[in-house]
Design a protein around this ligand. Structure first.
Ligand code: KDO
Length: 332
């Protein structure tokens, strides 16, 4: 029941009669229910940030029910569920959006966004955010509330052969998430990409079904990938990000004041998550070394040159909004 209906019902009941009787109609306590689905664990910094910052800030009028480890929706299917009004909230990626809106593939390109600050400036402080978010809202009925940095992606292999350039990845079975945009990134890095769901990666590494995977350092720690791998190669090929997203069906149930509260709560959560991730990243190289892994920088320029060339010559680039690449690069 929306608030207008509630208000008119209350008016019809007679406010003074309610005050005298002390009777509180049950619908007065009815809150908007927000289910949140992610493949990430409960201890992931993104899951924690949303739970600890977003949920309490909206608790006056909304209930928050998170599901982790892709138990509610399979990885990558959340956005369609939101578009259909079957799920309220999720962590959405550019790669998932690009499957439906090809213009979004620009933000799946390796070595484009430099870091958390560049992401924030692109999405929060330029018109690019409005334009890109607007496409998602009008085509999918999903609102992207804010962008969160979740770390630079690096290579993490179970083999111990030294990798300095893309040529050294020839024949390496690199697990990448199961969308075309991710697979292309694996190819651009010089590897043989293999699709696999996030929740299966640990076992894949343990059994040797894959030779390696790529994720940010906080994710490698959270998922304990260091237990089943021997090295981390600091390629930093993607400053990765997620968007905290909400279905328009849920969003439209909020009144204007609640919408402001929801937006502010999301912004605060995204900021905390991005800050926590940056802090964690700085500490983690030593953590993995202490666990016995080799952690080193390869020839990053060799990776950057190959990856950028492959993207600029790809089919994807044909769908990028005109002038967008230059606009993104111009943001310092
Ligand atoms: C992954 O599957 O490697 C990935 O890191 C891809 C991201 O876009 C995102 O879906 C993430 O998984 C999940 O949130 C789990 O961390």
């Amino acid at each position: 029941m929306n608030s207008i209906t509630k208000r008119s019902l209350l008016a019809g009941f007679g406010a003074s009669a309610l005050a005298v009787s002390g009777f509180t109609p049950s619908f007065a306590a009815e809150k908007i229910h927000l289910r949140f689905s992610t493949p990430a664990t409960e201890t992931d910094l993104r899951s924690k940030g949303v739970m600890e910052v977003f949920a309490p800030a909206v608790a006056g009028f909304a209930t928050y029910e998170p599901s982790y480890n892709a138990t509610l929706f399979k990885q990558g299917t959340e956005i369609i569920a939101q578009a259909r009004g079957n799920l309220e909230m999720a962590l959405t990626s550019a790669q998932e959006i690009a499957k439906i809106i090809p213009a979004w593939s620009i933000f799946t390109a390796g070595y484009l966004l430099r870091d958390a600050e560049h992401q924030r400036k692109v999405f929060d402080e330029s018109d690019i955010g409005k334009e890109m978010y607007g496409m998602v809202e009008s085509k999918l009925n999903v609102k992207l509330l804010c962008v969160m940095y979740f770390g630079k992606r690096h290579l993490n292999l179970r083999t111990d052969k030294k990798v300095m350039t893309p040529a050294d990845l020839k024949g390496v079975k690199l697990r990448m998430p199961g969308t075309d945009a991710w697979q292309f990134l694996g190819k651009a890095l010089g590897a043989s990409p293999t699709p696999m769901a996030f929740t299966e990666v640990y076992t894949g590494l343990q059994t040797g079904a894959i030779d390696g995977q790529d994720n940010p350092l906080p994710t490698d720690k959270d998922k304990k990938f260091y237990e089943v791998t021997k090295q981390i190669i600091l390629t930093g090929h993607l400053a990765d990000m997620n968007f905290l997203s909400i279905s328009k069906k849920a969003w439209n149930q909020f009144d204007d004041a609640q919408k402001v509260t929801v937006q502010n709560a999301a912004d605060a959560a995204c900021k905390k998550i991005s800050d926590d991730v940056e802090k964690k990243e700085a500490e983690l190289v030593q953590f993995f070394k202490d666990k016995g892994l080799k952690v080193y920088k390869p020839d990053v320029e060799a990776f950057r040159t190959r990856v950028q060339k492959m993207y600029s010559e790809s089919q994807y680039a044909k769908d990028w909004p005109k002038g967008m690449l230059e606009r993104v690069n111009a943001i310092k």
